[in-house]
Design a protein around this ligand. Sequence first.
Ligand SMILES: Nc1ncnc2c1ncn2[C@@H]1O[C@H](COP(=O)(O)OP(=O)(O)O)[C@@H](O)[C@H]1O
Ligand code: SF4
Ligand SMILES: [Mg+2]
Length: 318
Amino acid sequence: MSLLSVHNLKKYYSSGLVKKRHLIKALDGVSFDVKLGEVFGVIGESGCGKTTLGLVLSRLEKETDGEISFRGIKLSGKSKLDPDLRRQIQIIFQNPYESFDPRLSIEQSLILPMKINRICNSHSEGRERILAYMREAGFEPPESFLNRYSHELSGGQLQRISIVRAMLLRPSFLVADECVSMLDLSVRASVLNLLLDLVEREKTAVLFITHDLSLAAHVCDRIMVLYLGKVMELSTAKCIKESPLHPYTRVLMSYSPSIFRKKEKISIKRLQMEIVDGSGCAFVSRCPFSFEKCIHQVPDLFEIEPGHLVACWLYENQ
Ligand SMILES: Nc1ncnc2c1ncn2[C@@H]1O[C@H](COP(=O)(O)OP(=O)(O)O)[C@@H](O)[C@H]1O
Ligand code: SF4
Ligand SMILES: [Mg+2]
């Protein structure tokens, strides 16, 4: 059953000076759904619209157009959310230092959202719950961290606290935006495992945003590949691992180490032409397999087998 449905979502920014304004199509007609308890990966290189998607779904940015519904309730077009829906959608950012108020202690940072959302009846009940989660997150003894401030913790410790802060609110949908990419390699696995253990136990669905296809293939149930704000491919992680179809996914994969069964080396074409009018495939100027039609027509999303969607003319007749 779908928890979240997104249809033809668009988010445009205008940029540049007044006379030279141009539109940036950060999201340009994205559609997908996220099922209850699913870890749904969003992958693509920098600038393809991943963070924008996370911000729009968690209602920190408003969409330009398109529909979003959550538990069958329409979120798009609304500027204010019902407080309980607001609680159910939480986000973890890439840089934990930017997501904590440096003037608040860890205890204050954790208990305030619980009180606002009426998760606990008293301060002591809230504190007990915080201590239990912190213990699970590897803080021993947890009491000794409560009076500290965010700048007194390491990046890995603070990211574990931000996972705790989000999960204390019992969300049913969590956006995790590159949540380990800023951390030292040595602590990434422990932060990731904490996140995955908690969401599995609480049956929380996750929008797992990353630029790392092998990481996505490792932790996600399904994966959506974005390029310049458009969906290139969407399928199960297993299918993406074993039989990726879109040329962009295959390029990403050939640059990713080890875990993929099918080894092929595809190089991205050097930019030979700048396609700016949006009349063709978004990937055409870099695609090693492009042909005439790709320049003039935006490919449809073809369903190659149930649930495996590919936006590429190579699969038009399959
Ligand atoms: N607030 C903004 N104003 C103008 N352009 C933006 C803004 N936020 C993002 N963008 C642009 O939107 C595109 C997608 O950005 P983003 O969602 O941050 O990509 P990603 O997270 O995949 O790196 C980029 O071209 C980026 O420069
Ligand atoms: S539609 Fe054409 S340019 Fe786009 S990915 Fe497919 S082959 Fe490449
Ligand atoms: Mg980003």
